[in-house]
Design a protein around this ligand. Structure first.
Ligand SMILES: Cc1cc2nc3c(=O)[nH]c(=O)nc-3n(C[C@H](O)[C@H](O)[C@H](O)COP(=O)(O)OP(=O)(O)OC[C@H]3O[C@@H](n4cnc5c(N)ncnc54)[C@H](O)[C@@H]3O)c2cc1C
Length: 408
């Protein structure tokens, strides 16, 4: 059996571990378009700040222990599903028996001029290294970050830590609109401002501008802004170019069934390429976060090894580090009932639908996250303990257990 995995991110890594754990034998080839060893993208900011070794995520001997043949600098360009062959840029074709698509995502920048030299991003280690090298060259004193989604926030904060002046432009009315409700976003915005980031909301960038080399942006308003460092943090899109004409069904992502199988029985997909269903709503989409990639990779790995394991569904979950205040957001940010409690710098907002917890947002004291998450995923009625969900001690120690006991 020869398993080939396109990608070396968290989905690929967890698939390998699950495959071996389930007793899967034979060869595993892991291909990465990037030059580096497998790494964890969420650890990149810390890596640049502290010098922490990104590749030690799973330990130095991981590839050997898992008996993985790793091929960096190996970009898949096409897939022939009849012949079970992959075309590789500048290298001979590769044969597979079973295939896992775990090629993640890349920058999605629907802004004119975004492909111009001098527009940086933080979507891969190589891209991030180029960005940080520019900062460390001392030539970039001022940066413009386009986008205030999750990755845009990370970049803006990292750049402030590196001593760069930052203007952050966001077309929507709040930061992290995909994840945070308006109240939580307002606190996050204040924290960003305290950290010296000049966040400008309702400010749409029409184009990156420059003469062969990006040197500024033009806003919808007609105004132009100049900076030595221009960064696009406008979203991500799945890396699926190599699937064109292959017969693997794909649109924005690759739809998979509950076994993480594509429309072909020997081709699986997991992580930021996979279109799965939402645990709470059943809605199908690509929800590109680390825990989903790991859970999906795991399910794919088990099934590749011959087990019968199903994926319960993707979660919406995010937390912000590097902000100076903890923020955790999970699930939906709407419901038929909203419970909210503000205590000093702490804010807890809970979203209920027909007495079930369907989402929560915590700022400051985030210790209740584990218990709230358990209640949300369990999906049963919280009617009996509703009054306690906002108590300061809920989710910590005894109160967490009492609440959980009341549920079963
Ligand atoms: C800066 C940053 C911070 C983040 N922080 C968080 C966080 O705090 N919390 C969180 O939940 N999520 C976070 N994420 C998102 C999280 O990292 C992703 O959801 C996760 O990495 C997806 O894993 P993946 O394995 O699907 O893909 P990726 O990690 O994107 O890996 C894709 C792999 O595929 C390879 N590849 C791509 N195309 C080809 C090809 N044609 N041929 C061969 N190989 C190919 C790439 O080289 C790479 O090895 C962050 C992402 C970034 C960029």
């Amino acid at each position: 059996m020869k398993i080939v995995i396109i990608g070396a991110g968290p989905a690929a890594v967890s698939a390998v571990e699950a495959y071996r754990q389930a007793g899967g034998s034979g060869e595993i080839l892991m291909l990465s378009a990037e030059p580096s060893l497998p790494y964890s993208p969420p650890a990149m900011a810390d890596h640049f700040l502290t010098g922490a070794d990104l590749h030690l995520w799973r330990g130095r001997h991981w590839l050997g222990e898992q008996e993985v043949e790793y091929h960096p600098n190996t970009r898949v360009t096409a897939l022939d599903v009849e012949a079970h062959r992959l075309a590789i840029e500048g290298q001979p074709d590769l044969h597979y028996d079973r295939l896992l698509l775990a090629s993640g995502g890349r920058l999605h920048a629907p802004v004119a001029g975004a492909d111009m030299p001098g527009v940086y991003n933080f979507k891969s280690l190589k891209a991030a290294e180029a960005l940080v090298a520019r900062v460390r060259s001392g030539e970039a004193r001022r940066a413009i970050v386009v986008g205030a989604g999750f990755i845009g926030m990370e970049i803006a904060l990292l750049l402030r830590e590196l001593g760069v002046e930052v203007i952050q432009l966001e077309m929507l009315e709040q930061v992290m609109a995909g994840m945070l409700d308006a109240d939580t976003a307002a606190i996050v915005l204040q924290q960003m401002q305290k950290r010296g980031v000049d966040v400008r909301l309702k400010t749409r960038v029409a184009a990156f501008t420059g003469n062969g080399q990006a040197s500024g942006v033009q806003l919808d308003s007609g105004e132009t802004l100049q900076a030595e460092l221009l960064i696009a943090a406008t979203g991500i899109q799945p890396n699926l170019d190599y699937l064109a004409g292959s017969g693997v069904t794909h649109a924005w992502g690759v739809p998979v069934d509950e076994h993480m199988r594509t429309n072909l029985s020997d081709v699986y997909a997991a992580g930021d390429v996979a279109e799965t269903h939402d645990l709470l709503t059943g809605e199908r989409y690509v929800h590109a976060i680390f825990p989903n990639a790991v859970a999906q990779g795991r399910v794919a790995g088990f099934n590749l090894a011959g087990l019968d394991v199903t994926y319960p569904g993707a979660e919406r979950f995010n937390s912000l580090k590097h902000l100076g205040i903890s923020v955790v957001a999970a699930g939906l940010k709407q419901g038929d009932e909203v419970l909210q409690e503000r205590r000093g710098a702490n804010l807890r907002t809970l979203y209920l639908q027909e007495d079930r917890l369907v989402g929560f947002q915590l700022v400051g004291d985030t210790r209740a996250a584990g218990s709230l998450h358990a209640l949300m995923v369990k999906g049963s009625s919280v009617k009996a303990i509703k009054g306690r969900l906002l108590e300061a001690g809920f989710g910590t120690g005894v109160l967490a257990w009492q609440a959980m006991e009341a549920m079963v």
